[in-house]
Design a protein around this ligand. Structure first.
Ligand code: APR
Ligand code: PHB
Length: 395
């Protein structure tokens, strides 16, 4: 069977779903092909911090109703080191901006519901997706659904299929330059049935390694601790995890980390990655398919949303006027933000993690930097404006 559409989208993560939603609002047709099932993408545990601009976009485009009700709106974070805690007041430092704590899979659920209510097409469990004719008159995507081979013919393809997807590898060799940085540590993350121990997120620097206190609801805590990239989860019974977290969040003054049953545990690796350019002929890469950031600062989802806003504007211009001027500049426009966010994510990561070498100079340097960030308004403001999300630049 052959289907036609204007924009074929591969991947129903935040990037693919938001792009399809924005295109729908502009009167542009799209079809999403997703390898996993709806249940899978709606329950996959990922990060959960939305920048102010992401929150505003979800609200402005009619998919922010549950976020408004259930999201936890934060106006700052705590940095904890040397037995003391210091607050960075985003709201005061950025002229009223903040972030929302709302799990990525909840964003995915809201976007899937909106697309399906508007009769949007999402093909779940689409197998063996292949891209062809990227530099021909029409791009084609073939896939199998329920054992049947199908073809989707499109004006353009948006590759929103994450780091391990098929889109980026479909670009001919030599077109893309990859920039990559590995880190000698990872995060052991848990979801626990425990009331959050603080109103805001706590980023803790400790001799034993970094720890992060986050949350998902007034009853659920999300906690992370720095571990080795090849950490064996079976060596981490619940009790060991709590003991380690208690140690890393210790304060000179009284403070209590709430414990409870652990609902989920996993190890998240860390890397920085950028593919340049983010476009080849009729294929546009967006989100994790084009770039990965380490999780410190929670920028992955927000960067994916920033990409598809530019892409949707480019398609809007094309379908309204026939001009590809903006589409031609898609990669260049996105990469300016991508690299600034890479810089910030790398900086937060290197500020807060203990280096495996335990170099005493490095430790002193990190403590001095933490002291600077928490005592200089200029430094705190730099952190705050990046954390709540850099403003969109005109293009
Ligand atoms: N065919 C179809 N779909 C695919 C294929 C394929 N070959 N490969 C991957 N996918 C799907 C995945 O199942 C997933 O649902 O593409 C989707 C990609 O979604 P995400 O990984 O969520 O990526 P993205 O939408 O770019 O979201 C940005 O920010 O918080 C970070 O990494 C986190 O997912 C997050 C990302
Ligand atoms: C999360 O809640 O999952 C989270 C929060 C902040 C981060 C990373 C992850 O920097």
């Amino acid at each position: 069977m052959k289907i036609r559409t204007q924009v074929g989208i591969i991947g129903a993560g935040p990037a693919g779903l938001m792009l399809s939603h924005l295109l729908y609002l502009q009167g542009v047709e799209s079809v999403i092909l997703e390898a996993a099932s709806r249940e899978h993408i709606e329950s996959r545990i990922r990060a959960g911090v939305l920048e102010q601009g992401t929150v505003d976009l979800l609200m402005e485009t009619g998919v922010g109703e549950r976020l408004r009700r259930e999201g936890m709106f934060h106006e700052g974070i705590e940095l904890r080191f040397g037995g003391q805690t210091h607050r960075i007041d985003f709201c005061e430092l950025t002229g009223g901006k903040g972030v929302a704590i709302y799990a990525q899979h909840e964003v995915v659920k809201d976007l899937v519901a909106a697309r399906l209510t508007a009769n949007g097409q999402i093909v779940f469990e689409a197998a063996n997706v292949q891209l062809r004719g990227l530099d021909g008159a029409r791009a084609e995507i073939s896939f199998e659904k329920d054992g049947l081979l199908q073809e989707l013919s499109c004006d353009f393809i948006a590759g929103c299929d994450g780091f391990h997807g098929v889109s980026r590898p479909s670009i001919p060799e030599g077109v893309i330059t990859s920039y990559e940085q590995a880190y000698p540590f990872a995060w052991l993350g848990i979801l626990a049935q425990a009331r959050p121990s603080s109103v805001e997120l706590i980023y803790a620097y400790h001799d034993r390694g970094f720890a992060l206190h986050s949350m998902r609801s007034p009853q659920i805590s999300r906690l992370y601790l720095q571990c080795a990239p090849d950490e064996d989860l079976s060596a981490w019974p619940d009790e060991r995890i709590w003991t380690e977290l208690q140690r890393r969040f210790t304060l000179a003054a009284d403070w209590n980390l709430n414990e409870g049953p652990i609902l989920q545990k996993s190890v998240t690796g860390m890397r920085s990655f950028v593919a340049e350019p983010m476009q080849f002929a009729k294929l546009f890469l967006a989100g994790d398919s084009a770039h990965i950031v380490p999780p410190t600062g929670a920028k992955g989802l927000n960067l994916a949303i920033a990409d598809v806003r530019v892409l949707a504007d480019g398609f809007k211009q094309f379908y309204e006027s026939g001009s590809t001027e903006l589409l031609n500049r898609y990669s260049e426009i996105c990469l300016r933000r991508v690299w600034k966010v890479q810089r910030f994510s790398w900086w937060m990561t290197s500020l807060l993690h203990r280096h495996v070498s335990n170099n005493p100079f490095e430790e002193r340097r990190q403590l001095a930097e933490l002291d600077y960030v928490t005592s200089s308004r200029a430094a705190a403001q730099t952190l705050a404006e990046n954390y709540v999300g850099l403003p969109r630049e005109p293009y």
